[in-house]
Design a protein around this ligand. Structure first.
Ligand SMILES: CC(C)(COP(=O)(O)OP(=O)(O)OC[C@H]1O[C@@H](n2cnc3c(N)ncnc32)[C@H](O)[C@@H]1OP(=O)(O)O)[C@@H](O)C(=O)NCCC(=O)NCCS
Length: 184
């Protein structure tokens, strides 16, 4: 399992290529990651402020690839990196938590749902995970729609679960089990 994560394969879908991130993605990532609304909805500590910060973030990802506990793909459309999807892998019981963000210019065209489907297929069919979960702000209607479109179930409201700056935020928890994936 962790060998698979250390050598994360590319995934393809109808319109997208999901591949390992590289330092060359810094400019494309900076293009969307400087957007304060994307950072807020993505529950990040804050937007990325400079190209150098984008490069530093990618260097961390490259380091994380070595540990096999974090998987992250660049979402590529027509050779442009338009977003990112990835998950933290919790080895002790085959459970992981997925997150994603997309360049605003590409919203509303089904790309996030398509990318998430590809990652779920890889996670359940290849990695043999039993459970994939996600947390989302209650006002993040687009992401909630993405999670529900792919068949994830809202399990409840986690009260003051995430700390962003000095504020504790409520989030919904969504999840899907392998047997649910296999039955759709
Ligand atoms: C969440 C995000 C990745 C969605 O990307 P996307 O490619 O536009 O998603 P999709 O096109 O696959 O699906 C979005 C769905 O939400 C719907 N939607 C969009 N805005 C909406 C709104 N304000 N209210 C209700 N539904 C909305 C779209 O119509 C679409 O549903 P449909 O296919 O039934 O028409 C993108 O908005 C984003 O990057 N947001 C900022 C970061 C973020 O929120 N990350 C997730 C953290 S949990």
């Amino acid at each position: 399992m962790s060998d698979l994560l250390k050598n994360l394969p590319s995934l393809t879908s109808e319109r997208l290529l999901l591949r390992q991130l590289t330092l060359e993605d810094a400019a494309d990532m900076f293009e969307y990651a400087q957007d304060p609304e994307i950072a807020r909805l993505g529950l990040w500590p804050g937007p990325i402020k400079t190209l150098a910060e984008s490069e530093a973030d990618l260097r961390d990802v490259l380091r994380d690839y070595q540990t096999g506990r974090y998987a992250a793909w660049a979402i590529v459309h027509d050779l442009k990196m338009i977003g990112r999807i990835g998950f933290h892998y919790f080895a002790f019981d085959s459970r992981a938590e997925v997150g994603y963000a997309l360049n605003r210019d590409y919203w509303g065209q089904g790309y996030a749902s398509e990318a998430l489907q590809a990652v779920l297929a890889f996670s359940f069919n290849v990695l043999d995970l039993n459970r994939m979960q996600a947390i989302v702000l209650p006002e993040n209607s687009a992401s909630i729609r993405v999670l529900e479109k792919v068949g994830m179930t809202r399990e409840g409201l986690l009260r003051e679960y995430v700390k962003v700056g000095e504020t504790f935020l409520d989030v919904y928890q969504y999840a899907m089990l392998k047997r649910e994936w296999l039955s759709v």
